[in-house]
Write a protein that binds this ligand. Sequence first.
Ligand code: NDP
Ligand code: HEM
Length: 509
Amino acid sequence: MSDPRNRKTLTTTAGAPIGDNQNAMTVGERGPLLLQDYQLIEKLTHQNRERIPERVVHAKGWGAHGTLRITSTEVTRYTNAKLFDEVGKETPLFLRFSTVAGEQGAADAERDVRGFSIKFYTEDGNWDLVGNNTPVFFVRDPYKFPDFIRTQKRHPRTNLRSPTAMWDFWSLSPESLHQITILFSDRGLPVGPQYLNGYGSHTFSFWNDAGERYWVKFHFKTQQGHKFYTNDEAGEIIGKSRESYQEELYTAIHTGHFPKWTMYVQIMTIEQAEQTDFNPFDLTKVWPHADFPLIEVGELELNRNPENYFAEVEQIAMSPSNVVKGISFSPDKMLQARIFSYADAHRYRLGTHYEALPINQPKSPVNHYHKDGLLRFFADNGNPEAYYEPNSFDGPAEDPSYLEPPLPVNGVAKRYNHRENNEDFKQPRALWAMFDEGQKGRLYANLAAAMHGIPQFIIDRQLGHFEQIDPAYAQGVRDALAHMDKAHEKQETQKDVDRMALPQSEGPR
Ligand code: NDP
Ligand code: HEM
């Protein structure tokens, strides 16, 4: 039992002690209320403001604090980013996992891509690596991102998810085949956040003190192994709990079973990028390991649960625009669009000074000239005379040692057809060829389950793409669809029998 003497006095948000937090103020015992009962008004108005807009994508998420510990400094040949510069160095981080399509209340064990988004609190400011559990993506041109997401969300009339829209879009976008093959394979439905890999997915760049630039891809391989659910198993799990990932991750960390990933990079020189037989800035492609081997960097560990889900997991603002010295962007068009899009989302979702929220606050000094606006809850003026730049009053000033080396770009400005000069089948073929018979069978069954019931012309168009990966791939999906047709027919016949058995008054079901 708690001791009442240890309790603090309840106050209003303005700090005035409250005498009664049980009974509204009324005229007479039976009401009505008085407008002057400000404590009641404060309670009701706060409740109305407890929700902020959920993320337009990746709304359902799970997260934890952790560290990156450097195990090899081989990458310091390519980058002067301070977080990599010493074996044993630890950088604090927050990792948020998510699903893409579902809303905040969506079930965790749904087949979907998983977000794998890390905020590294480095000594040079925050570096956000906002990746997924897949090394590639569905589209390669940002013009297509909002359309793609529309097909994953609800239909405007039925308010239901629409397999027709998904497959219509995908079958009209063959660049999605690589990601589709991953999504409908075993790795498309992991058992929990610990059992998946993370990828930066895009090509980024590293730069070093000599002013050299290298292209880089980031990989985080799970040390827990890959565990997955079949569709049927996931159905059972969802029937019992919609929060299976939250339970998995929170419990693992709470009981000291800290999940770990090994961090690697792949490096490509500027000259190599001009010679590959694929566009290394195309987000639908990986870099083959045989040509660009993995270089170990460190170990990422998650070891502390958030104290408050809303303040940390919901208010964290991850953005590909947050890079630090030694790490930069690439010409990847998708990445370029994301550099703009995330901070825009944060200003809308959280407010102007969202970077000053505790979970987003860098652990290094922050000195800028941005002024007022929403969430301006820091009162410190710093140096009050230096509120513009340049100034003669010792205000914060630039440091040229942080200047990124120049990046030569040239070309003709034009809307280039991103479906020209691109090969969409080779890499999905390499992936499919890696699957054993069991994995292939589950891939076909998962695809058929997702496609069953959509218009036949869309099925045919999609089978045409699978055919180009390999005729056996298309045949596998065709057979799995036929199997579903039969099972469906059987079910329908059974329903007819049931209907006939019904008493007249109950009508058809
Ligand atoms: P490798 O054989 O060198 O690499 C294969 C990669 O595939 C490994 O990273 C492995 O990850 C991953 N993998 C293994 N089994 C599966 C699976 N069932 N589903 C998804 N990924 C799996 O070959 P390449 O580098 O030439 O790539 C071949 C194909 O592998 C690619 O076309 C791509 O689809 C896929 N892949 C490639 C990656 C890359 O960066 N090169 C990264 C991930 C996938 P793990 O070690 O965790 O088992
Ligand atoms: C979240 C836009 C592609 C991974 C988001 C959000 C937006 C967005 C607006 C919500 C941000 C927020 O409110 O905090 C886009 C656009 C894309 C794109 C415009 C392409 C042009 C990608 C790709 C990946 C990715 C390719 C992975 C490689 C994520 C993740 C989150 C996210 C992981 C959740 C971040 C978190 O946990 O807070 N995206 N996205 N997105 N996106 Fe993207």
